[in-house]
Design a protein around this ligand. Structure first.
Ligand code: ATP
Ligand code: PRP
Ligand code: MG
Length: 214
């Protein structure tokens, strides 16, 4: 049995067509059922639904043989025990710095001010500001980052941006693009040795589907 870890929402939805290209279908709809283990039309393949941030943990410790996860999540988690064979080019977005429209970010940086930064992405933010030589007070959040500058919790946020609609709706402006993000296939390194044939076959399925889309 091969276990594939996915998170509900965009990762699940954008992974389905890649599987479908090889005739693989998930037989249950996670939006209609409370089940966390989903069967597929392949007797030796099942899907487990986990929180997006838990996908690397499941795969690292072998709770799943492979999974689909955002590069952002992967960088924050670290790559220990994970083989990363493929960029699936799905769930594309970027990690950016955003501030209130009335906050002069360029001036703050130029003057060497300490910056209060709220983010779920402390690892990415720490590395980015360190590379710029900007001192930061990091405030770890788990969601609704956009609220932080509006309430005075922080001067800036580091968060995902795609269309920019969320920033706009909260009167924030993007002042730096840190990196482009997409979702990657991650595979448990031990499983890859023990279940080499079926896992290589599945990696190949993803590779072909990704190439076909490009
Ligand atoms: P968590 O379980 O940690 O709260 P989440 O519920 O925010 O995570 P998703 O929103 O499904 O999970 O995000 C999963 C991945 O999809 C992210 O790690 C990122 O790589 C990508 N992603 C997030 N937001 C967007 C977006 N607006 N557009 C495109 N891709 C996105
Ligand atoms: C993500 C992310 C941003 C938003 C950016 O939120 O955390 O808030 O998308 O996308 P945009 O630039 O197109 O507006 P998501 O939709 O995943 O909601 P969440 O807060 O439940 O994670
Ligand atoms: Mg989200």
């Amino acid at each position: 049995m091969i276990t594939l870890a996915l998170s509900k929402g965009r990762i699940f939805e954008e992974t389905l067509p890649l599987l479908a290209a090889a005739g693989i279908e998930v037989l249950e709809d996670p939006e209609k059922s409370r089940k966390l283990i989903l069967t597929t039309n392949q007797p030796d393949l099942r899907v487990v639904l986990v929180r997006a941030t838990d996908v690397p943990t499941y795969v690292q410790y072998g709770g799943a043989d492979l999974g689909v996860t955002g590069k952002d999540t992967l960088i924050e988690h670290g790559a220990q025990g994970l083989y990363q064979p493929l960029d699936l080019c799905i769930a594309q977005c970027r990690v950016s710095v955003a501030v209130r429209a009335d906050f002069d970010y360029a001036l703050a940086v130029k003057q060497g001010s300490r910056l209060k930064v709220a983010t779920k992405y402390t690892e990415i933010a720490r590395n980015f500001f360190a590379s710029k030589g900007v001192h930061v007070d990091m405030i770890k959040l788990y969601g609704s980052m956009e609220l932080a500058p509006l309430t005075g919790l922080a001067d800036a946020i580091v968060d995902l941006v795609s269309t920019g609609n969320t920033l706009k709706a909260n009167h924030l402006v993007e002042v730096e693009r840190i990196m482009d993000i997409s979702s990657h296939l991650v595979v448990n390194q031990a499983a890859l040795k023990l279940k080499q044939v079926p896992l290589r076959r599945l990696i190949d399925v993803f590779a072909r589907a990704t190439q076909a889309k490009a």
